[in-house]
Design a protein around this ligand. Structure first.
Ligand SMILES: O=C(O)C[C@@](O)(C[N+](=O)[O-])C(=O)O
Length: 752
């Protein structure tokens, strides 16, 4: 299978990682004198200073050494632009970049891939050249989605990996702790620095019984999302255990761990077991399986481990779920979905069914979808809607082609897309839906925010398993329930779909990768020049953010007071804006264009100098041109979702200095800190109501800012009165250096 070498990436063997983990765990056990959960063993097994590290779940900051770094092409550009600003000559930790975001779904896999290679040539060349220069392995467009490639080649039980993608936690399916981060975190680790993470709490999720019928691994996490909500996992690791885990494939557990990002979890992980051993062997990693077997005690939770919270799921009674629209935690059991569709008035007619992507594109997933298709075919039926299928990697695509599943999809009118994220991050050219048209789609992806798949805010996206999405494609309506409803074959005879089944992995093994999918890093790339055209539309040398001026912030305007959900998609939309992910000036034109303000307006701001209403980016640019800094007022879970640090860099670049919110999503809060913006929280969330968008605000206490010290927000009302509001922050001492120097990057570079 593996037709590529890791090249000169000097990396520890898995056995060496396990030996180090074992030593650390022994030291920490003696200090804590209590049982450890699996995620604790992995984290403490990677501590920089196991003897001295303060360990307090939910509060202390751990200093860690990850085993790997992974980036995808939409976020890697900012990583490499930051690397170019440092004195780093070669990454200190094995790193790969995966080209999976910049391929737009339009006509089908081959055509879309060659179009993407043409459109994105400048960016792909930049990624390839900079990867070679810094000793990074580069997976080219068409090789597959980062999370599948990682699972198939690099993830291992007990490992610790950071990735510039919020779904890095997908690796939990193979027992690895994968954590989504912003690019600046990755640069720290590439430089050989230890990486800092707030010690997570641990939510135990005990799976009892075993899945049967139409219930799939996807339904486990869809149910959990409904229980925890999009912020319920914040600052926690979801840790799976129990007999039910043994009944789920390694890739099935990866699906469950992948969507832990949707409840804001720091990560998700499952214990080492035979299924993982089987998957490692099926993907040509016998040695890893042997090492894991030898250290299995460190790859599972202690029997009497204590969790901060416990959720039990009975797999035997679990039914399929449908989550959405517009938020991944709006969970409805399939049996109640038709009624809810009618109660809520959601569009009943389907406009498309999308199967695959990084969440559900394993051999098992695709084979289950194919088993439904085969039943429909036998009854002379075809998909009634566009049926788009995304294999997760080239290895999977070649295997599915060899074993016949792709041909089945095509026989019912399905289209195989490129092995890329495509519609899951808005890279979908939908000619048939006009902007604003109300419609419903069924997706086996992980995220369904407004506009996330096709930029149409009225596309109602419902997250389901691949088999449910496939069955509904034959019915052409979202109220179809394959567990209860019949279809009519072309012979006029009614029938019901039988529940799907599939092997975990291909019975005849995986097909081979073609060697030109991967560019191994050369022994020495220091001679390689990375040039950026100063007139480029897509790549721009990173401007430096100015250091703090040492004073309190006085009488700043509020750019916008946001009400309700404000994810990183609302702050820095993906889709067609991915084009500018390497150009801060250009991408800043999408700042908060998806957000709704407290007056209920989308992408509108009152300019306090001109008294004119304009778009948020235009208003911010006017303030910047006037040399005026400003703040954003946010609601709950501000910055939910993605790892894209652009959502923090853009406001900073346009002169934003602080976001004051009721609460923050973990990754985004760190991204704001790392880019010199103050993420501050209302000590009393009700104080949010005291703010009028026309107020001026001062932030008092900065000259004495210390970890744990509250700050004061002083509101200057139009009636010439002031109101003081207490604010909290979560900066520790090192992070305050980022604020004072203007950004974390500024602490790593000398003025050139
Ligand atoms: O936008 C990106 O590039 C990052 C991303 O949104 C990708 N993704 O997983 O959808 C994320 O969630 O990290």
């Amino acid at each position: 299978i593996r037709l590529f070498s890791l090249g000169s990436q000097k990396q520890q063997t898995t056995g060496q990682v396990y030996e180090k983990m074992d030593d650390n765990i022994t030291i920490v056990r003696k200090r804590l004198n209590r049982p450890l959960t699996l995620s604790e063993k992995i984290l403490y097994g990677h501590l920089h200073e196991p003897h001295a590290q303060e360990i307090a779940r939910g509060s202390s900051y751990l200093k860690l050494f990850p085993d790997r770094i992974a980036c995808q092409d939409a976020t890697a550009q900012m990583v490499l632009l930051q690397l170019l600003a440092t004195d780093i000559s070669r990454v200190h930790v094995p790193t790969t970049i995966h080209s999976d975001h910049l391929i737009e779904a339009q006509r089908g896999g081959k055509a879309d891939l060659s179009r993407a290679k043409y459109i994105n040539k400048e960016v792909y060349d930049f990624l390839a050249d900079a990867s070679a220069k810094y000793g990074i392995g580069y997976w080219k467009a068409g090789s597959g989605i980062m999370h599948q490639i990682l699972l198939e080649n690099y993830a291992f039980p007990g490992g610790l990996m950071i990735g510039t993608d919020s779904h890095t936690c997908n690796a939990g399916g193979l027992g690895m702790l994968g954590i989504g981060v912003g690019g600046s975190d990755a640069v720290d680790v590439m430089a050989g620095k230890s990486w800092e993470l707030k010690c997570p709490k641990v939510i135990g999720i005990k799976l009892n019984g075993r899945l049967s019928g139409w219930a799939s691994p996807k339904d486990v996490i869809l149910k959990i999302a409904g229980i925890l909500s999009v912020k319920g996992g914040t600052d926690s690791v979801l840790e799976y255990f129990g007999e039910g885990v043994e009944s789920i494939s390694c890739t099935g557990m990866a699906t469950i761990c992948n969507m832990g990002a949707e409840v804001g979890a720091t990560s998700s992980v499952s214990p080492y077991n035979q299924r993982m051993s089987d998957f490692l062997k099926a993907t040509d990693r016998q040695q890893v399986a042997d090492s894991a077997e030898k250290y299995a005690r460190n790859l599972q939770s202690d029997e009497d481990a204590v969790y901060d919270d416990l959720i039990e799921i009975d797999l035997s009674t679990l039914e399929p779920h449908v989550n959405g629209p517009f938020t991944p935690d709006l969970a409805t059991p399939l049996s109640l979905f038709k009624m809810r569709v009618r109660q809520e008035g959601w569009p009943e007619t389907m406009s498309a069914s999308l199967v695959g992507s990084d969440t559900n594109s394993s051999y098992e997933d695709m084979s289950k979808a194919a088993s439904i298709v085969e039943q429909g075919l036998k009854k002379g039926l075809k998909s009634r809607v566009p049926f788009l299928v995304t294999p997760g990697s080239e290895q999977l695509r070649a295997t599915l082609e060899r074993d016949g599943q792709l041909n089945l999809f095509e026989q019912v009118g399905g289209t195989t897309l490129a092995t890329a994220c495509g519609p899951s991050i808005g890279q979908w050219d939908r000619k048939q839906t006009l902007q604003g048209e109300r419609n419903s789609i069924m997706i086996s992806y992980n995220r369904n925010f407004s506009g996330n798949n096709d930029s149409n805010p009225n596309t109602h996206a419902f997250i389901v398993s691949p088999e449910i999405a496939t069955a509904m494609a034959f019915a052409g309506k979202i109220t179809f329930n394959p567990m209860t409803d019949s279809m009519v074959g072309s012979d006029g005879i009614p029938f019901k779909f039988k529940a799907p089944s599939s092997p975990d992995s291909p019975p005849n093994g995986y097909a081979a990768y073609s060697a030109d999918m991967y560019q191994a890093p050369p022994e020495d790339g220091s001679h390689i020049e990375v040039n950026i055209n100063p007139h480029s539309d897509r790549l721009q040398i990173l401007p430096r953010f100015p250091a703090w001026n040492g004073k309190d912030y006085e009488s700043l305007p509020i750019l916008t007071k946001i009400k309700g959900k404000c994810t990183t998609d609302h702050i820095s939309m993906a889709g067609k804006w991915l084009r500018y992910r390497g150009h801060l000036e250009h991408i800043s034109n999408n700042l908060l264009i998806g957000s709704t303000n407290s007056d209920g307006q989308v992408n509108q701001a009152m300019n306090v100098f001109t008294n004119e209403v304009a778009s948020i980016p235009e208003t911010a640019r006017d303030y910047k041109a006037r040399g005026v800094s400003w703040v954003i007022i946010g609601d709950e879970n501000y910055g939910e979702g993605s790892s894209r640090e652009h959502a923090a860099m853009e406001p900073r670049y346009l002169n934003g200095l602080s976001v004051i919110a009721k609460s923050f999503a973990r990754i985004h809060e760190t991204n704001l800190k790392r880019n010199g913006i103050l993420p501050l929280t209302f000590s009393d969330p009700n104080d949010y109501e005291k703010i009028d968008p026309s107020d001026r605000v001062s932030i008092i206490g900065l000259t004495n800012i210390k970890p744990g010290n509250p700050l004061t927000l002083r509101l200057h009302k139009s009636t010439n009165t002031t109101i003081d509001i207490p604010l909290t922050h979560t900066f520790n001492q090192e992070q305050l250096e980022w604020f004072k120097r203007g950004s974390a990057l500024n602490t790593m570079t000398h003025d050139k």
